[in-house]
Design a protein around this ligand. Structure first.
Ligand SMILES: [Zn+2]
Length: 206
């Protein structure tokens, strides 16, 4: 009988923004085991699940990565460093603190690498952002994420960014709720756990 290969969990997209969902690929920064970007393949998976590349493009990236493994690991390392600086920038905004110069410098390096290589192209009846190189450069996978981050960081919407209140979760999300009082990254995970904890405590106190 065929063995079903165990697949890593699918990425979650509950941040309400591509850049935040990318930051959330590391669930809790105190626990390295919750980092979901462990390989270049996972970066491609994220891009595909986020709708940045289709199946054929994902395969092309992986083929290129196979014969240029050094570049693939360098791109993964850079993506993870960029993610760290993004978390730093957004979480200081959430706390009302000034941006760390190191985070800003790193984000700007990413922006300088991405923007000269982006252009808009027609896709059906729409205009979409695309990379201007072919065959695909491995680092172009991250360019749309860099663009989305730069856009959000400088938009009024950045005031809607919150960090999940659960102690073991560092997810960021855009709070577009009417009351603006969303506390959890998702009701399904952290919200429910908090509810269960409150329920348990109430039972114990009773
Ligand atoms: Zn959470």
């Amino acid at each position: 009988m065929d063995q079903i290969p165990s697949r890593p969990p699918a990425f979650e997209f509950s941040g309400g923004n591509l850049a935040l969902d990318f930051v959330n690929t590391w669930g809790d920064r105190a626990r390295p085991g919750t980092d979901q970007l462990g390989s270049f393949q996972r970066l491609v998976d994220f891009a595909q699940e986020a709708g940045l590349v289709d199946v054929g493009q994902a395969r092309a990236y992986l083929t290129t990565a196979r014969w240029d493994a050094d570049s693939a690991s360098a791109v993964l390392r850079a993506a993870r460093r960029f993610r760290k600086s993004l978390y730093g920038l957004f979480s200081s905004l959430v706390r009302g603190a000034a941006a760390e110069p190191e985070d800003l410098a790193r984000a700007n390096r990413a922006i300088r690498s991405a923007f000269p290589n982006l252009e808009i192209r027609t896709l059906g009846e729409d205009l979409v952002w695309a990379s201007n190189g072919s065959p695909p450069r491995l680092d172009s996978l991250v360019w749309p994420i860099i663009r989305s981050a730069a856009q959000l960081l400088t938009s009024p919407d950045v005031g809607l960014v919150h960090e999940c209140e659960a102690a073991d979760c560092t997810w960021l999300f855009l709070d577009r709720s009417r009351t603006g009082q969303r506390r959890w990254c998702s009701m399904a995970s952290c919200g429910n756990r908090a509810k269960a904890r409150r329920h348990y405590q109430r039972q114990r106190n009773a």
